[in-house]
Design a protein around this ligand. Structure first.
Ligand code: HPA
Length: 272
């Protein structure tokens, strides 16, 4: 079935449940679900009930779409996202972003947990993403372009809005924490990187590496959204000691840094 038809069917289904008119979309990364505490929740739909959303292959993976208000604005929040390493196609991973656009979302906020390769970074730092490197992921726009969704060859000179980056920096300043800024290198996962890979990623000009976000940003830019994205640095890939990186360590660090990230998103949304 045509993706345009599938998007419309999904939007129609959502609107049959709840008259959603969001202008702001938020994607919450691993360990960052606390953001939803700030929202006046009006409606929730588990992913498994949403037509054409990917069927979860992962045990305990309970994502949902949340609709509600924050600072007088209507939001749609993805609590949980789809990753390429779980076995979904790139088209499936980005489908919810296209649905958000069709629902009326203009500003997209994305978050993720990422490994630091900039040696000045510390675990728990927030990094505003001002650019990315997409060469190690599968581009979700490969295939026939649907002109109704966006151009064949999208410009990528400013995927992350400069205005939003400057607002994010101001808000962090006001909230009293240091925020880093840098380049995010997208990988497929699910392996963490080898020492040689972390080193390569750093030499290639990135500051952090992670397994999400880039495909979603490509689609958001393709369909003309304003994008703001932040990584929580959960581990440092380039390091002297002989320590391994575990998923538990990543989740723990994300949980610890989550209040900074969620309060930053909240303040930004309120002041939009
Ligand atoms: N590499 C890739 N993805 C990640 C990492 C990492 O070191 N930490 C959290 N997500």
């Amino acid at each position: 079935m045509d993706v345009i038809v599938r998007i419309q069917q999904t939007v129609d289904f959502i609107r049959s449940r709840f008259n959603a008119q969001p202008t702001i979309g938020v994607v919450l990364g691993s360990g960052l679900g606390g953001f939803i505490d700030y929202i006046d929740i009006e409606h929730e739909i588990p992913y498994e009930e949403v037509p054409h959303f990917p069927i979860s292959t992962v045990e305990g993976h309970k994502g949902k779409l949340i609709f509600g208000k924050l600072g007088g604005k209507q939001l749609v929040v993805m609590a949980g996202r789809f990753h390429f390493y779980e076995g979904y196609s790139p088209a499936d991973i980005v489908f919810p972003i296209r649905v958000m656009k069709k629902l009326g979302v203009e500003n997209l906020f994305l978050s993720n947990a990422a490994g630091g390769v900039n040696t000045t970074f510390k675990v728990g730092d927030l990094m505003i993403i001002h650019d990315h490197i997409s060469m190690s992921i599968v581009n979700p726009l490969i295939g026939k372009n649907i002109a109704e969704l966006g151009p064949r060859f999208p410009d990528m000179s400013e995927p992350y809005s400069k205005k939003m980056i400057s607002l994010g920096r101001k808000v962090a300043d006001k909230l009293g924490f240091v925020v880093r800024q840098g380049v995010y290198y997208g990988v497929t996962g699910p392996t963490f990187e080898t020492r040689a890979e972390y080193k390569m990623i750093s030499i290639m000009g990135a500051d952090a590496v992670g397994m999400s976000t880039v495909q979603e940003v490509i689609i958001a830019v393709h369909c003309g959204m304003t994008v703001f994205a932040v990584s929580v640095i959960t581990d440092i890939g380039i390091r002297e000691e002989e320590n391994v990186i575990t998923h538990d360590e990543v989740l723990e660090a994300a949980n610890l840094a989550a209040p900074k990230l969620t309060s930053m998103f909240k303040e930004m949304i309120v002041s939009l």
